[in-house]
Structure formats: C-alpha cells, structure tokens
Design a binder for this molecule. Sequence first.
Ligand SMILES: O=c1ccn([C@@H]2O[C@H](COP(=O)(O)O)[C@@H](O)[C@H]2O)c(=O)[nH]1
Length: 255
Amino acid sequence: MQQLITRVHSANSLLCVGLDPIGTDAEVVVRLRQVVAETHTYAAAFKPNLAFFLSREAGVALLKSTIQGIPADIPVILDGKFGDIANTADHYARFAYDVVGAHGVTVNPYMGDDAIRPFARPGKLVFSLAKTSNKPAHNLQDQALAHGGHLSDLAAQVARQLDEELPEAIIGLVVGATEPAAMARVRAACPRQWFLVPGIGAQGGDLAATLKAGLRKDGSGVLINASRSIWQAADAGKAAQELRDQINEFRVVRA
Ligand SMILES: O=c1ccn([C@@H]2O[C@H](COP(=O)(O)O)[C@@H](O)[C@H]2O)c(=O)[nH]1
C-alpha cells in the first residue's frame, strides 16, 4: 500500500490505466508499449486484465513483458478476480507475483477468507470484489443481510467482514462506478479502505457522482480505472491526462 500511496502523491493522480488489449498479437505488442509510454506519467497504477492476455497463445509472456515495461515505482494490479480453495489460490498467487511480477491482484471473496489469504503477502495489494459494475450485480450484491441487529447490503457486509477476518492484510475493495448510491453505502461501512473503481468511460459511470460517493474525507482512497476509453483513444496520453485532471478537480480535502 505504501508504494501506491507514494505513487499517488508523486504523480498527483488517482487514475488507474486499465490494459485490456484488443487487436492482433502483432498490433497489441505495439499498442501496449505505446499506451504504457504515453500514459505512465499520469498513472497511479496500471491494471492489466488477465483474460485479455490468456486469450492469446503467448499471453503469459506478453503479460510478463508488459509488466516489466512499466516503471518500477508504479503498482501493477493484475485483474484476475481469483477465488479458489487456499491450496489452489496459492498457485494463483505464485503466478501473479512470482511468474508475471504483479504488485497486486483482484480476488473474488465468495469462497471465504482462506481463498484470499495466500494473496495477502507483505507489500502486496489485494482488492476484493465488493460491488461490481455490471448491471445484474444488484441481484445478489444488493441483497439485505442482518448484521448487528440491522440490515446491511451484501457488498457492505463483505467489505466489513474482510476487515474483521483479515486484520493483518490491507484489503482494498472493487466498487463499480455505475451505482454511486451503492458506493456511498460501502464507503460508509468502510471509511478507510482503498476502492478500485471500474465503470468510468465505456460503461458510462458518472465521474462526479462516483467521486462524491467514494472519495475519503482526505480526498484520496479511490483509484478510478479506465480501460477501453484509453486503449481506443487516438491519443492515449491526452485521454489519461484529461481524466487524471478531471478526477483531481473533485479532490477537495473535506477533512
Ligand atoms: O466490477 C467490475 C470489476 C472489474 N471490471 C474490469 O474493469 C475493466 C473495465 O474496463 P472499461 O473498458 O473501462 O469498461 C475491465 O477489465 C473489467 O473486466 C469491471 O468492469 N467491473
């Protein structure tokens, strides 16, 4: 987490540049290098999505070389949404950290804390899904659960429970930008945690409403991800700079 905080300060940025490479193998090799080169100045973090690499025969090598090409002070969060029994999760963690060199991962909390524990190595960033950005997420994630004598939605309860069950690990939360009211509920339940926020850009999330709901009182604590809107931009650097600056306009310290 310290690496992320240092980077957020040095780049004055809460932007996470998503890397979801689309195109032929030859095209994506070139475009990945270009997007990293043009956007890294504005990036607090990068988030390669594992699926976009595994769908190519040489995907693991491409993912590894892409991560190696990112300046070392910028955290790379591998979006794999990993979730399996601990014995298996241990192998996913080895893949993410030891094979391809990511600094963090996304995990799926559905199987319980033992499925997350192998990822919680010292110095690594773990972001657990809490409230995802896809529309049908609300069917399950907005369900009300009894908690401490009152009702709480599942997303907020997951967040609270991880805090209680894994106090030794710093677990951030994936909270989509497509439903700011739900984000506000998770923020109320988890005032300190970092949120990794997909859903701005191609998915149509409202940046102002998202930041209002998600920013901590210190004007930090969210990483706004944009993947397609940067990848597909004629000038990726300009798209990243503009989004970084738009985010910063809302970062009023409210403490
Ligand atoms: O709830 C979630 C969790 C993860 N994602 C991932 O984030 C990016 C979003 O891409 P855009 O092109 O900026 O829409 C992508 O890798 C998703 O798999 C998400 O969208 N929602």
